[in-house]
Design a protein around this ligand. Structure first.
Ligand code: ADP
Ligand code: MG
Length: 466
């Protein structure tokens, strides 16, 4: 019996132990291990999510850095837009990317060159800003981004265009600076529901970064349009000036001819009064002739007159100019001194045009000195250049006028003291010297005098001048 009861006790104990072990296992398995496993799985998923998130973020960051670098470094705005389009297409795996900018002149949104995924004829795509059925127009007007999972069946888009471009997913974001909206950025995909909110957010950031270059592009376009219009106006003005000057030249020559004949007494005796009047007329006609000649010279230069560069003896040219002016200067009580060194190399220059430069510098010096004044013309060898200077001890150029003195029609405020003039001579002189690859400049002190100098290249033959 005791044996039996001992066995029963043992069995009972064993069963109890087994049950306890099972209960413990059960407890550990379902109450401890499984939740831990579940937690672990969740953590793993979270980690995977985080990993994907960080990859996406770093790709986003890289995209933004690429965009920023393009925007900052590419100075050609049009090609910068093209580069940004390529970056967006790559990152978003898009099938169509286009900038549509507002054209104020026509009141339309216009696809910009460099768009991605559009055939060349579709690049001409324009949509009137009045067409509210277009999502682009609405985004442009209300400044809110637009996202469609299937643009071909979305009441918010013009399905015709979506079908034309085979686009299903579509994102459109505004491009705006602080003060105004410039256009929109459209990105499409052939796949349905391809873009998510995060893509739209990134696109908005990119659109914000590119606003600056887009604005530059718009301004550049406006500027070049204005420049074209100004160019056309300028050409009209040049043509007009040149036509009028030509039409003046012949009658002026005729008038001058007859005045000279009459003053010579060839048409009979003249009374003193007639002679006086004729002389006054002759002076006026001379001034007109001078003006017409200067206007014609300027219009020829501005039309691109070509310099015929040949070895040129500048000493001879300077001497001849001095001799032409000496008579007039002496009558006005002024002296011209011409200082030429023993030997100066020849220059490379166009004789006719450089004569105009030297004549004008000398006539200015004589004109703007007081009676009794002195003008000094000189020539110097400067190695690769030959330098001509004309100095005077006259009125000087007031400081306020100096920076404008080479501009067309500009005369200093004290110019009237020297007599009449057009203010064209120095503009012509500068143009000629620059066309020679040379340089012209001056030094001046009000009330003390002025010195104008210019240099042109030395002739390679370096022929000595005696
Ligand atoms: N040697 C000079 N001394 C003082 N002023 C000068 C001298 N040369 C030029 N200028 C100033 O520069 C202006 C422009 O010269 P220029 O173009 O030759 O015109 P213009 O001789 O028809 O007046 C002159 O009107 C004058 O005010
Ligand atoms: Mg002059």
């Amino acid at each position: 019996m005791s044996e039996l009861s001992a066995t029963a006790t043992f069995v009972l104990l064993a069963v109890t132990a087994a049950f306890a072990a099972f209960a413990a296992y059960w407890y550990l398995r379902f109450e401890r291990v499984l939740p831990l496993e579940r937690q672990l799985r969740r953590l793993g998923e979270k980690a995977e999510g985080l990993r994907r998130f960080s990859i996406r973020k770093s790709r986003e960051a890289k995209t933004l850095v690429d965009v920023a670098a393009t925007v900052t470094h590419d100075r050609q705005t049009q090609s910068a837009l093209g580069a940004v389009v390529a970056i967006i297409a790559r990152y978003l795996e898009a099938d169509m990317v286009a900038f549509l900018l507002a054209d104020e002149a026509t009141g339309e949104l216009v696809v910009q060159p460099g768009a991605y995924g559009l055939a060349s004829e579709e690049l001409l795509y324009r949509v009137p800003l009045t067409d509210e059925a277009s999502s682009s127009v609405r985004v442009f007007k209300n400044g809110e981004s637009f996202l469609a999972g299937d643009a071909q069946n979305d009441p918010g888009t013009i399905a015709r265009y979506a079908r034309l471009w085979k686009i299903h997913s579509l994102m459109t974001v505004p491009i705006a600076t602080e003060s105004r909206t410039l256009g929109v950025l459209r990105v499409g995909s052939f796949k349905r529901d391809f873009f998510k909110k995060e893509h739209l957010d990134l696109l908005s950031v990119i659109a914000g970064e590119t606003a600056v270059i887009v604005e530059t592009a718009v301004l550049n376009r406006k500027l070049s349009r204005t420049a074209e219009q100004l160019g056309a106006l300028n050409r009209m003005k040049d043509d007009f000036v040149s036509l009028v000057s030509h039409e003046f030249k012949t009658p002026l020559t005729t008038i001058m001819g007859f005045i000279t004949v009459m003053l010579d007494g060839d048409t009979g005796e003249l009374t003193d009064q007639q002679r006086k009047f004729l002389n006054v007329t002759k002076t006026a006609v001379k001034r007109l002739e001078y003006l017409v000649t200067e206007l014609l010279d300027l219009s020829k230069l501005e039309a691109g007159a070509h310099m015929e560069l040949r070895p040129l003896n500048l000493a001879d040219l300077l001497r001849a100019s001095v001799e032409r002016q000496r008579g007039g200067a002496e009558i006005a009580g002024k002296t011209i001194i011409c200082e030429l060194p023993e030997a100066v190399p020849w220059a490379m220059g166009d004789e006719r045009w450089l004569t105009l430069v030297v004549d004008n510098l000398l006539s200015n010096a004589v004109k703007f000195t007081r009676p009794g004044g002195r003008v000094n013309a000189s020539l110097a060898d400067k190695g690769d250049f030959v330098m001509v200077c004309v100095a005077d001890d006259g009125l000087g150029i007031p400081a306020e006028d100096r920076e404008h003195i080479f501009e067309k029609f500009y005369r200093a405020r004290n110019a009237a003291q020297g007599g009449a003039g057009t203010g064209l001579g120095l503009a012509i002189a500068r143009d000629i010297v620059l066309k020679h690859g040379g340089k012209i400049w001056f030094e001046s002190e009000t009330g003390k005098g002025t010195k104008f100098c210019f240099v042109v290249s030395t002739s390679r033959q370096r022929e000595a001048v005696l």
